[in-house]
Design a protein around this ligand. Structure first.
Ligand code: SIN
Length: 329
């Protein structure tokens, strides 16, 4: 009897120790993204890693894989759903298979500037839109800014007719495809990691991207002409899988959400700084020409591209378009 009691006491102690080990097991979040560590997104991913290391030490660890080291943006969403990675921050342009609503961010000349983006994403409509892919198992944790996109080619793009017949690389978005078709250009969907080679070998003639991506991926070295068109926005969503998020203890969810809020503020600041500094760097390099449009030329691009809004209105929501317009006034 005595040894029987002792046996049970040992069993209870062992199972308590075992469950404590399980509870104490560090949660590892693999964060995969496609830009370099010097971009606003790259810096924000590292900052998130640092804050988590400080505030959730021993409980959560983030491992960051930048520069398409692990996956490109198309693959990463599948990897998220399979549980092979737990965080990513792709451009909202890359979610067409999961929700049509985020096509809103691709509508040309919809967002007047970065302020309008912040106004919309921080407002009630923008916050509600974070949930747009939840039925497909993807949970939006926050918006991260990159900035306004610029056009480039190996010829000056001054009026919409200059784009006619040119092959432009685009992200995998039907809205962006329609935007370039509206100026009789030839859009080609392509992964970000392939753009530099495609530009330098002439597989494509031109591209659209932000000053930050144009600098860090060296696109300015393989394009003769840039147009400061500010015709659209490149905005990210920090995303995880709903299944992974729901598996986290509530206190971890709360602390992570607070950290993400803090990182998002910094990310926005870095994006605004990069938009200016990277443009200046490209100008100072003397490697390419930068064209500024007159108001009249800018209006020509806008009126050629804006019919795209009507085409996608039902997908993205008339109410959302109206909310962005209000923020753009
Ligand atoms: C990114 O900034 O994450 C990449 C955008 C692109 O594919 O052009």
């Amino acid at each position: 009897m005595h040894s029987f009691v002792r046996f049970f006491a040992v069993l209870i102690i062992c199972s308590l120790a075992f469950s404590q080990t399980i509870m104490a097991k560090e949660i590892v979040i693999k964060f995969s993204h496609v830009t370099t560590e010097k971009t606003p997104k790259g810096k924000a991913a590292k900052y998130l890693q640092e804050l988590v290391a400080q505030r959730l030490k021993g409980k959560v660890r983030i491992d960051v894989y930048p520069n398409s080291q692990l996956y490109n943006d198309k693959e990463v969403l599948k990897a998220l759903l399979l549980g092979d990675v737990q965080m990513a921050a792709p451009s909202l342009s890359k979610f067409g298979k999961y929700t049509k609503k985020w096509g809103l961010f691709d509508l040309p000349f919809l967002f007047a500037d970065n302020k309008a983006v912040a106004c919309f994403t921080n407002g009630p409509k923008g916050q509600a839109l974070l949930d747009a892919a939840s039925t497909k198992g993807l949970k939006g944790l926050g918006y991260w800014l990159n900035g306004m996109k610029q056009l480039s080619a190996n010829k000056p793009l001054i009026t919409p007719s200059d784009a006619k017949g040119e092959k432009f690389r685009i992200m995998s978005s039907d809205v962006l495809e329609a935007q370039f078709k509206a100026v009789d250009a030839n859009p080609q969907k392509m992964a970000f990691s392939e753009v530099y080679n495609a530009l330098s070998t002439g597989v494509i003639d031109g591209q659209e991207n932000t000053w930050s991506n144009i600098r860090t991926k060296k696109f300015f070295e393989v394009q003769t002409d840039f147009t400061e068109s500010n015709h659209g926005v490149l905005e990210y969503v920090l995303v995880t899988s709903t299944e992974f998020w729901n598996s986290l203890p509530k206190d971890i969810q709360t602390e992570l959400s607070a950290i993400i809020k803090e990182v998002t503020l910094k990310e926005t600041q870095w994006a605004l700084e990069a938009a200016q500094a990277d443009k200046e760097y490209i100008i100072a390099s003397g490697r390419t020409k930068i064209h500024t449009l007159t108001n009249e030329q800018a209006a020509q691009w806008a009126s050629a591209m804006k019919p795209v809004w009507k085409q996608f209105e039902a997908n993205v929501g008339k109410d959302n378009i109206a909310a962005v317009r209000k923020c753009s006034e």
